[in-house]
Ligand binder design. Structure first.
Ligand code: ANZ
Ligand code: ZN
Length: 815
């Protein structure tokens, strides 16, 4: 076989890997190897694998295969995130069961993965829609419930009118449903929540462990958590017994509070509005209900609001200030009410100007009066018009006013987080049933552990169509059960869990697949976890990563895992685009992964992905050449095939020049792979191929031990990106066993010293001499050497006008 025939190589080696279970991780406690856990974000089974999968899994495989070569016991598992809406929508359309679509797609993807040659341990495969997986979602939910971390509450929630389900805050992007793009509305509903807010501070603090995360990811997490410091201030409201709390980051501006605003949709507004103002208030509230948070917080929209007919008392100076309802204050942030300081807060100033409310400057910033200019002055300055705070700076003022408030029992210092609790219930079918039974007498009763899993009733087609109530509610036999506590008639909860629950702990299940006594075997998780390298898209920067971090901390508190952060290093790959644009049906610029593989072979496609650029960068498929990759692989295989020496003989005594090239390659590729500069590592492999080719053709020849050394190095390094070609080359080199475990070579330091380089000496632009010099020669030495050269002397008349020295390779003399 001298022709490079990728399809034949694939057929041969794929079968061999499957027969020998080549990439299986070892659970043997006697296995002395150090362990490594490499994880790719698991796929959603929507059709076959696409180019994006091709990229992310090729990147992850470089890391996994490198670790295998380094001699680690590597866990590199695969599974499917197989619950979710697309399957359900497809089932409604085809009058089928979501499982049919889901599992057919999983098989398609699994077949493609096997062909794509990713080094998965297939024995750990999982699907989140299998009852023996979602069983443990339910078990975990009940543990969270027992700890007060899962609870139900009524309130305004994000509702997608198209998908007919609630959405978590994280799933609303710019006011639209993350999945279907419909405008999200707010509805009053009772829903299940996970109390992630209880972990807000730890989610922030533990970020210091995440040294292997890209900075922008950390920033996104930090912003989402949104910690701020300030004060909780109590305001009396006339006609109300209990004082009202407000949260402010600027308690130093308390003397400048000239009115008070309550969120239009907060219970407080409804409670305190006077009869006279009620009709206007209710009309306004109905208007606000139609707005998303994004629209409410938009600063470019004209402020709206209604006076509630009441006054509040400023606790520091006893001033009566009017209470308004408005949309720009959110009901679920802070306390849903604010003190408005129009001079120093732009939103408040816009509101004051719109409704003719007073503006009082309490910070001297040196800028023009906000009441005149319409520009609030939020910056720092000296406090004025503020009684005991006069003359203080912002920080001093904050400290002082908190002392005063605290002494009088009118407030305290406070910390606030933007993070909300995670709304996890969904009114759809294809998900994990919430394992709670509602009893008229006992309330919310968890399904007893021994009755888990609560499996989905068999619904299909039209029965799944959105009707405003959960489809599970229509399965009467399934819904109506006995209360586990009192045996009276009761009803199952008919909501299912957000699929982000499934993905918040799947990486732990891989450590002990099929474990039947819990979600995972803590002993195995202790050995494998936490994950050494996670690879996946930046689109999961907030949701999935935050939820997984939260789950890990809860599991840690339950004593089930020994670490508090699941993913130590994170790599976000770029996208595969085409012609400068994201691939899309409407643009007709889609590229099919399967077709690329048919045309060029797996290795050429993988190599193209890796060689295109740094892993974080987008790959424009219009700018790369899988055909060129294929040509290179053919060249590499030919080199490996032509070696004539016997395997196993010593390399010492081989051609010194080629040995140096080989060892430099080893040294550099090692550093490049560790630094995740995989594209440059491939460039080095290409150079090694050329050097070996030259050594065979016009150097020491195919029998030289250095040629074998170079070719074997090529096979091992190439196995990270082009496993089929590498295996074949390894075999043709007369070696047995998979190249995947050949062992990563180490560079011999003695062969890394470069003893001399050639320096070109030019006079008036013409080469007059070549000097053999040390690579570390100084500029002065090189200059002296060049000017002293006998070959150069005839071209110089007296001192040259200029000498440009570029050590160690060039001296340019202008006579
Ligand atoms: C008075 C004040 C004066 C404020 C000033 C700011 C500047 P972060 O940093 O996001 O936590 N606020 C409080 N609760 C709110 C709610 N439910 N809806 C909308 N806005 C609310 O912001 C805290 C600040 O946002 C608070 O500090 C409050 O306005 C406002 F010169 O209080 B501030
Ligand atoms: Zn009961």
């Amino acid at each position: 076989m001298s022709e490079y025939d990728p399809q034949a190589l694939q057929a041969k080696w794929q079968q061999r890997w499957e027969e020998q279970d080549t990439y299986r991780a070892s659970d043997d406690p006697a296995d002395p190897r150090e362990r490594r856990y490499m994880l790719d974000m698991f796929p959603y089974p929507s059709g076959d694998l696409h180019m994006g999968h091709g990229e992310v899994f090729a990147i992850g495989d470089v890391v996994a295969r490198y670790w295998m070569q380094k001699g680690y016991n590597v866990l590199h598992p695969i599974g499917w995130d197989s619950f979710g809406l697309p399957a359900e929508n497809a089932a409604i359309k085809r009058n089928a069961h979501p499982a049919e679509w889901t599992y057919a797609n999983i098989e398609t993807q699994a077949t493609s993965f096997r062909r794509y040659g990713i080094s998965f341990d297939w024995s750990r495969r999982l699907h989140t829609s299998d009852p023996d997986y979602y069983h443990w979602n339910q078990w975990l939910f009940i543990r969270f419930f027992e700890r007060g971390l899962a609870y139900r509450k009524g309130g305004l929630v994000n509702w997608c009118p198209n998908d007919q389900t609630v959405l978590a805050n994280e799933q609303v992007v710019a006011g639209k449903c993350e999945r279907c793009g419909a405008d999200v509305i707010r509805r009053e509903l009772t829903q299940w929540y996970f109390k992630i807010t209880e972990y807000a501070q730890r989610l922030l603090d533990d970020m210091e462990q995440l040294v292997g995360w890209p900075e922008r990811l950390l920033t996104m997490q930090r912003n989402w958590i949104g910690r701020s410091e300030g004060a909780d201030v109590l305001f009396e409201v006339e006609g109300r017994e209990e004082p009202v709390h407000v949260y402010t980051t600027r308690p130093d501006t308390l003397f400048g509070a000239t009115f008070f605003v309550v969120a239009a949709d907060a219970a407080l507004a409804d409670e305190i509005v006077t009869d006279a103002q009620r009709p206007a208030f209710e009309a306004y509230r109905a208007e606000v209900a139609r707005l998303s948070d994004i629209e409410r917080l938009a600063t470019d929209k004209e402020k709206t609001g209604v006076f509630l007919g009441r006054h509040a008392i400023n606790p520091v100076n006893g001033e009566r200030i009017p209470v308004w309802a408005a949309d720009y204050v959110l009901s679920d942030y802070g306390h849903g009410a604010i003190m408005a300081v129009p001079a120093h807060d732009q939103r408040d100033l816009d509101f004051a100007r719109r409704f003719d409310l007073p503006v009082k400057v309490v910070v001297h910033t040196g800028l023009a009066d906000p009441g005149e200019t319409g520009e609030a002055t939020p910056g720092e300055g000296m406090l004025v018009n503020s009684g005991p705070l006069d003359g203080l700076s912002k920080a001093e003022g904050i400290a002082r006013i908190i002392e005063i408030l605290q002494a009088e029992g009118r407030g305290t210092g406070a910390v606030n987080f933007r993070l909300r609790d995670w709304l996890l219930s969904r009114q759809r079918y294809w998900g994990t049933p919430i394992p709670i039974i509602h009893c008229p007498d006992c309330g919310e009763v968890p399904v007893p552990d021994e009755q888990l899993p609560v499996t989905l009733p068999d619904l299909r087609g039209e029965a799944l169509a959105p009707k405003g109530v959960a489809p599970l509610a229509s399965a009467a036999e399934w819904v109506n059960v006995e209360c586990p506590k009192c045996s009276g008639p009761a009803r199952r909860d008919t909501d299912t869990m957000d699929t982000f629950v499934d993905s918040s702990w799947y990486f732990l299940r891989y450590c002990s697949p099929g474990y039947a006594d819990g979600p995972f075997d803590p002993e195995q998780v202790r050995k494998w976890g936490p994950i050494d390298q996670y690879v996946g898209g930046i689109e999961h920067a907030v949701l999935h990563l935050l939820y997984s971090r939260f789950f890990t901390k809860v599991l840690h508190d339950m004593g089930m895992v020994g670490f508090t952060e699941p993913f130590l290093r994170m790599l976000n790959q770029g996208q595969v685009i085409n012609g400068g644009k994201a691939m899309s049906k409407s643009l007709g610029n889609g590229v099919d992964l399967g077709r690329q593989i048919d045309d060029f072979g797996v290795d050429a496609v993988r190599l193209t992905m890796i060689f295109a650029g740094p892993p974080e960068d987008d790959i424009d498929w219009a700018d790369v050449s899988p055909a060129a990759s294929q040509k290179f692989l053919a060249r590499a295989l030919r080199v490996m095939s032509e070696v004539t020496s016997e395997p196993g003989a010593a390399f010492e005594g081989g051609d010194a020049e080629l040995r140096k090239v080989t060892h430099h390659t080893i040294d550099e590729v090692t550093k490049l792979v560790e630094g995740q500069r995989f594209n440059v590592a491939v460039a080095r492999m290409m150079e090694l191929t050329s050097a070996t080719r030259k050594a065979i053709d016009s150097g020491p020849g195919a029998a030289d031990p250095a040629v074998r050394e170079a070719a074997e190095t090529l096979a091992v390094t190439l196995s990270l990106v082009a496993p089929y070609t590498a295996e074949e080359g390894w075999e043709r080199l007369g070696r047995t066993g998979s190249v995947a475990f050949a062992g990563w070579p180490t560079a011999d330091p003695a062969l890394l010293v470069q003893d001399s380089v050639t320096c070109v000496v030019q006079v008036a632009g013409k080469v007059r001499d070549r000097l053999e010099v040390s690579p570390d020669i100084t500029e002065e030495d090189l200059r002296a050497l060049a000017l002293g050269s006998e070959k150069v002397a005839p071209y110089l008349r007296g001192a040259p006008r200029k000498v440009i020295v570029r050590a160690p390779k060039l001296v340019n003399i202008v006579p």
